[in-house]
Design a protein around this ligand. Sequence first.
Ligand SMILES: [Zn+2]
Ligand SMILES: [Zn+2]
Length: 553
Amino acid sequence: MADPVRIYFLGGLGEIGRNCACLEQEARLLLLDCGLMFPDVDMPGVDLVLPDFTWLRENADRLEGCLLTHGHEDHVGALTYLLREISFPVYGSPLTLGLARNRIEEGGLLDRTELIPVVDGERRQVGPFDFEVIPVTHSVPHGFATAFYTPQGVILHSGDFKLDLTPVDGRITDLGRIGAIADGHGIRLLLADSTNAEEPGHTKSERSVGRVLRDLFIAHAGKSIVTACFASNLHRIQQIADAAVGTDRIIATLGRSMAKNVALARQMGLIDIPEERIVDIEKIGDLDPGRVCVISTGSQGEPMSALALMAAGENKWLRVGEGDVVILSSHAIPGNEYDVNKVIDGLYRLGADVVHSGLADVHVTGHAMQEELKTLLAITRPEHFIPVHGEFRHLTHHARLAMQMGVASDNVILAEDGDVVELSDNGIEFCEEIPAGFLYVDGIVGDVGHGVLRDRRVLSEEGVVVVVVTVDSRTGEVLTGPEIITRGWVYAPEADGLLEEAKQAVLASLESAADEGATDFETLKRHARQALGRFVSERTKRRPMIVPVVMEV
Ligand SMILES: [Zn+2]
Ligand SMILES: [Zn+2]
């Protein structure tokens, strides 16, 4: 009997983002990614969503470290929050660590966090974990798939990947190595990226975007060109720069993360832009429009980003207007469509022309589509399969693909956040559940909690009604009030009659309570809330938040 291996799913199985899993072997733990998720429209005021760290906190003494598959926020963005509570070494490619480093540094955690680089093809031992990192192509360079050599055979995790045969840096997904592992050891369990499992066909090569960009730059000769893409999409940035240099333009970056990432990538030799082709954004205004190329952040319409400010005519560095061209070399992540549309509209209103992925092929996805997923399944021929990274619908479609490709249906596991699976000599099975709810971050404070979110939803949809009353603490008699203050329920200046009736309803309820001998603050508060709630609901068929304020003298 070989030792069993467990996998704890802390996030990313049931949503896009928040990718986080944990391997357990010989009672030790290795974290695989620690990502965040961007909030949905039904999470008002929430900045970020993190995995629930309760279980990790309780098992911190067993944690050997965290391996990062690549530098995207949905894989590394929650790390700083966890590192505040627990210390552990972080492994990843030099670029991934470089991207994560900024955040760790901002959190003041660099001193006590060991960052350990691993390079393509390296095999490493961390505690009882023996793993090998395998190059994969994705929309950020230097992503890894990982083969874990465990007592239960090889567990292969694809990471975020696509099969691009002509990537900008020539670093292709190493199917040869994956095939060799499959032929040699066999793949006991495959975990693979499901983001595009619903999309038929094959993704286009990143290089195809380069050609489109170049044509656009030529077509808009003489005009100032502003482009926007993810600051981590270094291959895209390179191709924008190539189009700019090829049409004799000078490049400036706009937005803090764009400036930081471009500097990091140039330093690491991952982006090649001649020194004389880069100027500071402050100087870009001195150039003829036809020589300008700005590469900006804000392709997701993020409200305070460089591009959103530009669309509102409020960017300190850059004004766009009549005759300028803005190229959005991106695709809105689900949940961001509204913000992106607002930015596009704002840019048109200023007189600029906007090119986006709905009009030209200025973006390709970084996630494998069905034919690529099938190729990976064909090469790995896994005994067991668990789709990861995706909403439940994506996981479901990926599971179907696996069965189509010959994985026994009993061996295809649809797991969700909070599930724990155990791989043993007997196969794979669910064994326990751990807390894996959403942790909502607002500002720099931790969890705002479900209660706060529920309140925000009620406030945004129904408004609030506050009743203020002063009572005699000995008799319960009402001394002043009730006063009613409301926002978002009825327009108060035009609802005098209704508010007066509401006051009477509260007053009557408090008087009858006092008659029955109720003098304590909690009971009176409850009476006020119930009476007002009933009145509001009966008369207006609405359910605003009712806040009773009872003062005793
Ligand atoms: Zn990614
Ligand atoms: Zn991802």
